[in-house]
Design a protein around this ligand. Structure first.
Ligand code: MF3
Ligand code: CO
Length: 257
């Protein structure tokens, strides 16, 4: 990607519309976070998500997405599944590392966000640290979304945050992305990279920032369901995501409840 590529920018009014979709996603994830516990199945969480999204007058964006069409409303990625886990009959157990990814559309505008939840007693220190490191990397990426920075400054900030936090695998095969009237738009936003490269971050640039890290290696594979992405070494993974706008007043997270 050359330094002269531009990223589509949104007007303040369009960002306001994206905030409505983002709020539905944020609210739904908050409901799911409160509900996720040992004994709860992934299909139950999916049903709760669909009910929440539609109750808010929004449309699920993941359902039917891609090839083969994604069959659910949320992604539920447990333990060694990094992203795109399809919610099935699996029942959550204490100690599970669960990431929940959710997307919704309001009036044609998309929101996309993900959280990681550790199920059960908070004695899973290594897992809590994994999730915290991933969340801190998301925050570092958001903080780098300021006018004057270039795209790879966001990637670099994420990578630096992760490597500072500890010895984690940084997943390279999946990235953040532009978002707006489609869920996945240009540019890709890798979770690593040298600073100072790529297009300038202008007011109105909106990106979905989504670091994915593991307790082991960075290699992943796609499972037989054609969607679930798991670590090759079986190590557990975390995933956090927000949809974020660059504004003259600084970064604005659009996927808050
Ligand atoms: N946040 C995920 C991504 O950007 C959303 C995947 S949705 C799915 O890849 F429908 F593709 F599963
Ligand atoms: Co995304």
């Amino acid at each position: 990607m050359g330094p002269f590529q531009r990223i589509e920018t949104k007007t303040a009014e369009q960002i306001q519309l994206m905030r409505r979709a983002g709020a539905v996603v944020g609210q739904t994830l908050e409901e799911l976070r409160q509900r996720a516990a040992a004994g709860v199945s992934l299909v139950e969480l999916n049903a709760l998500a669909e009910e929440s999204i539609r109750r808010h007058g929004a449309t699920p964006s993941f359902l039917g997405y891609g090839h083969p069409p994604y069959p659910a409303v949320i992604c539920t990625s447990v333990n060694d599944v990094v992203v795109h886990g399809i919610p099935g009959d699996q029942v959550l157990a204490a100690g599970d590392v669960l990431s929940i990814d959710c997307g919704a559309i309001v009036d044609g505008w998309h929101g996309d966000a993900a959280i990681t939840v550790i199920i059960g007693e908070p004695d899973q220190e290594e897992h809590q640290a994994l999730s915290a490191a991933c969340r801190a990397a998301l925050d570092a990426g958001i903080a780098a979304m300021v006018v004057g920075n270039r795209l790879s400054d966001v990637s670099h900030a994420i990578e630096r945050s992760i490597t500072t936090a500890g010895s984690y695998g940084i997943v390279r095969e999946y990235t953040g992305h532009g978002i707006g009237t489609r869920m996945h738009m240009d540019p890709r936003v890798p979770n690593y990279g040298k600073p100072g490269k790529g297009p300038a971050l202008l007011p109105g640039v909106v990106l979905a920032i989504e670091p994915m890290i593991t307790l082991g290696g960075e290699q992943t594979l796609t499972l037989d369901d054609d969607w679930s992405v798991a670590t090759v070494d079986g190590s557990r993974a975390a995933h956090w995501e927000h949809t974020v706008a660059v504004t003259a007043q600084g970064p604005q997270v659009l996927t808050l409840p």
